[in-house]
Design a protein around this ligand. Structure first.
Ligand code: ZN
Length: 164
């Protein structure tokens, strides 16, 4: 089970948690960090048209998870490195200036979560996102650059916002 599902009990698994991903990793040549496999549908949805045409095929790409690395998707076999500017959306984990997107399906940003915490001492993000996921409204695989469910990241961000 993926990390986003661990905050819920097994009886209420999210549809997005059933997305089949292989858990191989590859090393990003620009940062030496690990990348996880990116799905073809994610690449097709989020890479800008000219770059998408240039890569010819969306298969075999990995998603670089290093916040400080400008590479978003890479394919070492074909020596293709797609950077932030080649992708249609802002990659939240790689941005330091607002808005820092975290949930791409329902528009949650770091600012929105932190503002809620400031106003009311907690954030409703996890609850609201979970409810929408359960009703089948999430489209992580075509909206989130990681192609995965955002809830694990949202959970981490709420914790960060709540402080120690
Ligand atoms: Zn990298």
């Amino acid at each position: 089970m993926k990390s986003c599902c661990e905050i819920d009990n097994a009886a209420s698994r999210h549809s997005c948690c059933d997305i089949k991903v292989n858990e191989d990793t590859a090393i990003c040549k620009e940062c030496n960090g690990k990348g996880k496999p990116a799905r073809e549908i994610t690449i097709e949805s989020l890479v800008k048209e000219p770059q998408l045409e240039a890569i010819e095929s969306p298969d075999g790409f990995y998603y670089c998870e290093t916040p400080t690395c400008g590479v978003v998707y890479f394919n070492n076999e074909r020596q293709v490195y797609l950077h932030k500017e080649d992708v249609k959306v802002r990659v939240g984990i790689k941005e330091t200036e607002s808005p820092i997107s975290i949930c791409y399906c329902f528009g949650w940003t770091q600012e929105r979560i932190f503002e809620q915490i400031k106003q009311q001492g907690n954030s409703t993000a996890v609850k609201e996102i979970s409810a929408k996921i359960k009703s089948g409204e999430c489209e992580c695989e075509i909206k989130n650059p990681s192609g995965r469910c955002c809830l694990g990241d949202v959970n981490k961000m709420v914790k960060k916002g709540m402080g120690p």
